[in-house]
Structure formats: C-alpha cells, structure tokens
Design a protein around this ligand. Structure first.
Ligand code: GAR
Length: 202
C-alpha cells in the first residue's frame, strides 16, 4: 500500500513531532510517512529531532521572506514541490491566512493544548493556554486535534482527550500532563485516521 507524504511544521521543542516520529516507527502511523519537517525558527530543537530521524528539514522565516504573504508563498512552493499530501502543525506558532489554508482544504491538521472551544483562538498558544485554564479554575482540560481553516483553532474537530487539573498545578506541570496524557496520543492517532481516509479517497 502506498503511503501519503506528510510535512510537519514546527517552531519549538518538537515533542509532538517526536511523538509522530515514534508512532511511525512503531506502526501506529502506517498510512503516511513524514517526509519533511519545516520550521519557522532556525533554532528550534525540533529540527534536531528530525535530523536524528533522517527526515529532510527546511527553515523558512517570515523575516527572511519579508512578509506573511511571501512566507506563505514560499511554504506553498516547497510543499507542492515535495508533493506533500498532508500538513501537520505540531507546535507551529504562526497563524496561516485563508490564502494558505484554502489551498490545502482538509489537508492541514493542528494540535491545540485545550478542549476547543475553551482557551483557543488568537493569543492562545503554548503555556498561555494552560495559564488561562488555571486562572479560570477549570477542573478538566485536555487537547484537541482539528482541521485548520481560516479561523484560528476553528476548523472541524478530529479527536479530543480530557485531562484532569490537579491541586497545585503550575502552567508547566499542567502543560506536561496534557502533552503526555493527551497530545502525544491523539496527534498520531489523528494523523493515521486522516492519512487512511486520504488513501482510501473518503
Ligand atoms: C504543544 O503543547 C502544542 O499543543 C502547542 O504548543 C506546544 C508545542 O510543543 N501548540 C499551540 O499552542 C498551538 N496553538 P512541542 O514543540 O514540544 O510539540
């Protein structure tokens, strides 16, 4: 069975990328293969993780491109040039315009560290999401994998998993628990689910 080609877009540590790499190795992801990692941050540790797994890497920064438009044009050029079928945003800290998202309808997925529609949208990323959850005093949070459209964190939900907030949690402790118990599990599962559907054409 031929596999679909996956590009993973990253900005930072890349623990979700690592979960995807491990899931491909262990066979949880079997309908797709990670063939490219793109970072918008040249110092992202995620790049080291990709290199260690022998995955091609590219760095594209908004600064070098000069504008969001030129940045997205460059991204599109590279993704099309590599015949990428599915784009996974794994800790990618840049909002993509409708011009970009409409080019890849139902072919971009994102992992977000809360139960959407809570604590999501513009300004909610990384640790800020967990700070907001603790400030609100929610007792349950979690992670969501969703399709990406022009609305930040607004696309169709693919998978979600709940995680308990515990007494004494700091944003860092909560972030780690959400990653371990939810993100690193549902992101690979969602990638396999979407890849399988793309192969079957459903
Ligand atoms: C993850 O928690 C991811 O869900 C979040 O940033 C972290 C990246 O960690 N993404 C967002 O907040 C996007 N809105 P990683 O680089 O170790 O995967």
């Amino acid at each position: 069975m031929s596999k679909i080609k996956i590009a993973v877009l990253v900005s930072g540590g890349g623990t979700n990328l690592q979960a995807l790499i491990d899931a491909e190795k262990s066979g949880i992801i079997k309908s797709g293969s990670i063939s490219l990692v793109i970072s918008n941050n040249e110092t992202a540790y995620a790049l080291e993780r990709a290199k260690a797994a022998d995955i091609k890497t590219t760095v594209i920064t908004k600064k070098a491109c000069g504008s969001q438009d030129a940045f997205e044009e460059k991204l599109i050029e590279i993704l099309k040039g590599e015949n990428i079928d599915l784009i996974v945003l794994a800790g990618f800290m840049s909002i993509l315009s409708v011009k970009f998202t409409s080019r890849f309808d139902k072919r971009i997925i994102n992992v977000h560290p809360s139960l959407i529609p809570s604590f999501c949208g513009k300004g909610f990323y990384g640790l800020k999401v967990h700070e907001a959850a603790l400030e609100k005093g929610v007792k349950v949070t979690g992670a969501t994998v969703h399709f990406v459209n022009e609305i930040p964190d607004g696309g169709e939900i693919i998978l979600q998993k709940a995680v308990c907030v515990e007494d004494g949690d700091t944003p860092e402790i909560l972030q780690k628990r959400v990653m371990e118990e939810a993100e690193w599990k549902i992101l690979p599962e969602a990638v396999e689910k979407v890849s399988y559907k793309l192969i079957k054409g459903v």
